[in-house]
Every structure is written in structure tokens, then in C-alpha cells.
Design a protein around this ligand. Structure first.
Ligand code: DAT
Length: 176
């Protein structure tokens, strides 16, 4: 039975496409939403099984990540931001936004972030191959998966506006 009073949204995409920025602005704009950055949570609560030198990332403990946020997800109103789409239960999300950036834009953002050349190339390649988009389409009903361009500040603003309007609409239709 649907008990959420606010919807849950997954904001996903390749690292650097603007997930955290978008999620943060959305949570600021819509009262009652909370933002969970999975990468940060993993570090803070040690929800991993060590560091993978080869991939330069944590080896996630997916079960513990899901356990850590389950109560909040059940309550609703959570904007989850993560660069993967298939580790969460499908029922958790009402909307899945997949942010997309052009390769030159993404390259620059990841270079600014200080990514090592190999990690940078892997991520830009993954974006070109739309790995996260395909993963999201596989994991969730196609009609809740929305691809959004995230190259410019105008894109950012319009994505936040659209998502906020969608939340309002969701609340309106679930209360009627
Ligand atoms: P992610 O959480 O996907 O790794 P981020 O939100 O940290 O990405 O953004 C990476 C950088 O790019 C950060 O400096 C903010 C900037 N940025 C994000 N989305 C943008 C957009 N649509 N237009 C311009 N800059 C953007």
C-alpha cells in the first residue's frame, strides 16, 4: 500500500553529470525533501568493504547501504543521488532522473575534480555508451525513467524546475 506523502526520486548519471548539485537545489526548493548522497553516506558510515585500487573507488556493501536508508525511503520525500541505478529496490522510487552531459563538458568537470587519466577516460566512455541510462531502464519501469541534459546552468535550473513541478503534481494527484 502506498503510504508516502512525498515521492522518492533517484537522481543518477555518470560522475560529474551534476547529480549532487541538482539534488541539493531540488531539496532546497521543495519543502519536506531530504537529499541522501550515497557516496558520502558510504564514507561516513563505512558502508564498504575497503578501497579498490584498480578502480579507485570503494567496494560498496550494497545490503548495508539499503538497510541504512530503508526507514527514510519508506517514509518518502527522499532524493537519492548515486552514480548507479541497480542496487536499490525498485519499489523505492517514483521517479528516476538520469542526467546526461556531453563528453567535452564531462571531461572538463572530471579534470577539474582531479580524476586520474584512467578514471577520467573510463567515466567519459561510460557516459558515451550511456551505461547508467541503460542500467536505469533495466532496473525501473520505463515510464518513470527520464533522461535530462545537464550541460549548462540553464539546463540545471530547468531540471530543478521540472523536478519540483513533478513533485507538486505527484502530491496533488496522490491526495485527490
Ligand atoms: P555529480 O554529483 O554527478 O558527480 P556534481 O553535482 O558534483 O556532479 O557536479 C560536478 C561539477 O559540475 C560541479 O562543479 C558543478 C558542475 N555542474 C553540475 N551540473 C552542471 C550544469 N548543468 N551546468 C554547469 N555546471 C554544472
Amino acid at each position: 500500500m502506498e503510504t508516502r506523502r512525498l515521492p522518492n526520486i533517484l537522481i543518477t548519471g555518470t560522475p560529474g553529470t551534476g547529480k549532487s548539485t541538482t539534488a541539493h537545489l531540488l531539496q532546497e526548493k521543495v519543502a519536506g525533501l531530504t537529499h541522501i548522497e550515497i557516496g558520502k553516506l558510504v564514507k561516513e558510515q563505512h558502508l564498504h568493504n575497503g578501497w579498490d585500487e584498480e578502480y579507485q573507488s570503494y567496494i560498496l556493501d550494497e545490503d548495508r547501504i539499503c538497510d541504512a536508508i530503508e526507514d527514510q525511503m519508506d517514509a518518502g520525500g527522499v532524493v537519492v543521488d548515486y552514480h548507479g541505478a541497480d542496487l536499490f529496490p525498485e519499489r523505492w522510487f517514483d521517479l528516476v532522473l538520469v542526467l546526461r552531459s556531453d563528453n567535452s563538458v564531462l571531461y572538463q568537470r572530471l579534470e577539474n575534480r582531479g580524476y586520474a587519466p584512467r578514471k577520467l577516460t573510463e567515466n567519459v566512455d561510460a557516459e558515451i555508451m550511456q551505461v547508467v541510462l541503460d542500467e536505469a531502464k533495466e532496473a525501473y519501469r520505463e515510464e518513470i525513467v527520464v533522461e535530462l541534459r545537464s550541460n549548462t546552468l540553464e539546463d540545471l535550473e530547468s531540471n530543478v524546475e521540472r523536478a519540483a513541478a513533478w513533485v507538486q503534481q505527484w502530491c496533488h494527484s496522490s491526495s485527490s
